[in-house]
Design a protein around this ligand. Structure first.
Ligand code: SF4
Length: 120
């Protein structure tokens, strides 16, 4: 079965766009329902160490599908391009959703929608 991971990124945790939600509650809601194989939070995925984190995580084919809840998905693909290339991870297997300016409940709903869990 495909190994699925969820990463959440919150612009270092002090950006106003993420102040309405509790990011830990968001992650807990997804992991409690076992909708993915792992859940993680990174403070700034688009930084140099975020690149390093992503390429290290995705090397070795242990993740088949990566879901990212953060900022605009189109921007995510552009910002993560070098890390994905370095890991040999196809951008077809990365799925993003924008959770900025959402409450905890709204963010959970958007992530579930991305995962297709709301259709089960
Ligand atoms: S990847 Fe997006 S959400 Fe994360 S720090 Fe960069 S701009 Fe902010």
């Amino acid at each position: 079965m495909a190994n699925k991971g969820l990463l959440m990124c919150v612009c270092q945790g002090n950006c106003p766009s993420f102040q309405q939600m509790n990011i830990f509650d968001v992650g807990n809601a997804i992991r409690r329902e076992k909708l993915v194989d792992y859940v993680g939070i990174h403070p700034q995925l688009c930084s140099t160490d975020g690149d390093k984190f992503l390429s290290t995580l995705l090397k070795g084919e242990s993740t088949d599908e990566l879901y990212v809840a953060a900022c605009d998905p189109t921007m995510q693909v552009k910002m993560f391009r070098d890390a994905l290339e370095s890991a040999g991870f196809s951008k077809e297997h990365i799925h993003g959703v924008d959770i900025r300016n959402m409450t905890t409940e709204q963010a959970v709903g958007s992530i579930k929608n991305m995962l297709g869990a709301d259709k089960k």
